[in-house]
Design a protein around this ligand. Sequence first.
Ligand SMILES: Nc1ncnc2c1ncn2[C@@H]1O[C@H](COP(=O)(O)OP(=O)(O)OP(=O)(O)O)[C@@H](O)[C@H]1O
Length: 349
Amino acid sequence: MGFCCCKDEPIDLDSEVDLYHFDLHRAVGKGAFGKVRVVEHKRDGQLYALKYINKKSIIAMKAVKNTVQERRLLEEINHTFIVNMRFAFQDDENCFMVLDLMLGGDLRFHYERKLTLGEDAVRFYIAELSSAISYLHSQRIVHRDIKPDNVLLDKDGHAHLTDFNVACHIEHGKALTSVAGTVYYMAPEIIYRKGYTFTSDWWSLGVMAFELLFGRRPFRGKKSVEVMRSIMHDTPEIPEATGHMASAEAKDCIMRLIEKSPSKRLACKPKGAGLAELRAHAWFRGYDWEKLDKKAMQPPFVPDPKKLNFDFSHELDEYMAPSELLTHQKRKNRDVNKLSKEMRQLEEE
Ligand SMILES: Nc1ncnc2c1ncn2[C@@H]1O[C@H](COP(=O)(O)OP(=O)(O)OP(=O)(O)O)[C@@H](O)[C@H]1O
């Protein structure tokens, strides 16, 4: 089903990586600024996900800074449970990021089809993600947008954290005050704007676990301001229908992650002590952490390789609007130089 456009002269695979080094296959997702498709490296046949971000859209939506920041952060990190970036390059129209390929879909996709993911699965995803989050914090990076949409499964069902759009570094002795992330998953310390650090990621992980296990979010409201009010003041109630199926240990662990006070919150002790505290929780009794960290634990669910584990409506778009297809051919007759100049200026600001 893949397609490839030819370049007249032979490709030098030892030259700086660009689009010509890959064969382009099917689309697997659509983001705010472009699409994601499967690509195959011509040298070794290795499959990756190519995320292409349209420069015009990010300029129009004033998202250049976030896009540049995301690429820079991804250049620094590499972890078993993160969707790592392997190459980055650009042409006149798009910025490209070549990422580890995740063919299992995101947790939102699976959750919406099942109502809840079940306790064993939720525990397993939280365990794998705890490894990724702790690694990021050790690099002084806070993710700030942990939610089911940003957890992708690989073909075997292992969880990986993605979308570093609003992630950022925290300098020693400093705290952040900017409001960033998705409101339902936002920690109270972000909303209070009195300064926050890494603790907010553990809160978001707790909100996500609550949602995946109990089938609804702990803090709700029709408008953002109502959700924020609920986050600041309400004690979440576990729904009876799904709650009675969960163990006391699961409930305790999740409720302790969504503890409003960061100093009392589970996993928020400084340095490695936070991770050790989470991993010592009774919910994870019997877990072989060494095996887990090596990605050697059997995932609770293996995505069906015969199914498209994502919303395929954008795949249809591509057949219906072939003019928008990404090809290796450079587009002509566009004011691309002006655009690239504009991008560079914004990057330098
Ligand atoms: N590495 C990957 N492997 C497989 N599919 C991916 C990968 N990254 C993203 N996708 C798919 O593409 C979709 C869009 O991802 P993308 O990161 O572009 O969008 P987004 O979540 O809107 O992020 P952004 O805010 O950066 O645009 C995801 O929901 C997912 O289904």
